[in-house]
Design a binder for this molecule. Structure first.
Ligand code: C5P
Length: 206
């Protein structure tokens, strides 16, 4: 079984995807981490994100085993991820890796922005997780402040709007629900309730 979970920043898609992976014993890939790691590597190498060929070279050389989890979870990494993710050559460089993960025997669960539309258009279950912008910005702000980042809620709200806009408006693999995706709005759901809804959706498709 292949499960595709897409949605915008702090919609709850990662939490839901991880819970589904445990519940259905599937290997899980957080595809945002690939774009975040590429963004950080571009920064570290002092490359201009406008240099698309150099960014693609970095993406092709990405060592998934060597990703620094703490560093890729910063607001800076998220913003850089969204910039490099709008480069078609970067997306192409990360495609095979994601596709290979998705098609391993026994199935897999992947979360991101284009899993149901581009990476796994053939997925058995497609979920598109959303929540209203203020709710998502507030969630992410709490996470970042708890990790010691200095950012105001207003800044987080502005960053959320900017990231949504860039992800939804890019030409290559824009963020959008697949036509056959089931929408799950987590705005007023607890984590447990959102996970229970997602489990029920998967069980119905089994
Ligand atoms: O999900 P996360 O917030 O970690 O993703 C970071 C960024 O990576 C997104 O804002 C998006 O620009 C990009 N991304 C993408 N396609 C994916 C996963 C993430 O473009 N499948």
């Amino acid at each position: 079984m292949i499960i595709a979970v897409d949605g915008p920043l702090a919609s709850g898609k990662g939490t839901i995807a991880r819970a589904l992976a445990t519940r259905f014993s599937l290997p899980y890939l957080d595809t945002g981490s690939l774009y975040r790691a590429t963004g950080i590597a571009v920064l570290d190498a002092g490359i201009d994100p406008a240099d698309t060929a150099a960014c693609a070279t970095i993406a092709r050389a990405l060592d998934i085993g060597g990703i620094d989890e703490a560093r890729i979870r910063t607001a800076e990494a998220g913003a850089m991820a969204s910039r490099v993710a709008s480069i078609p050559e970067v997306r192409k460089a990360l495609f095979d890796l994601q596709r290979a993960f998705a098609t391993q025997p026994g199935g897999a669960i992947l979360d991101g922005r284009d899993i149901g539309t581009v990476i796994c258009p053939d997925a058995d279950v497609k979920l598109y997780v959303t929540a209203d912008t203020e709710t998502r910005a507030t969630r992410r702000w709490h996470e970042l402040v708890a990790r010691g980042e200095t950012i105001t809620l207003d800044e987080m709200l502005a960053q959320t709007r900017e990231r949504d806009r860039r992800d939804a408006e890019r030409d290559d693999a824009p963020m959008r629900p697949a036509d056959d995706a089931t929408l799950l709005d987590t705005s007023s759901l607890s984590i447990d309730a959102a996970v229970a809804d997602a489990v029920a959706i998967v069980e119905k498709r089994q």
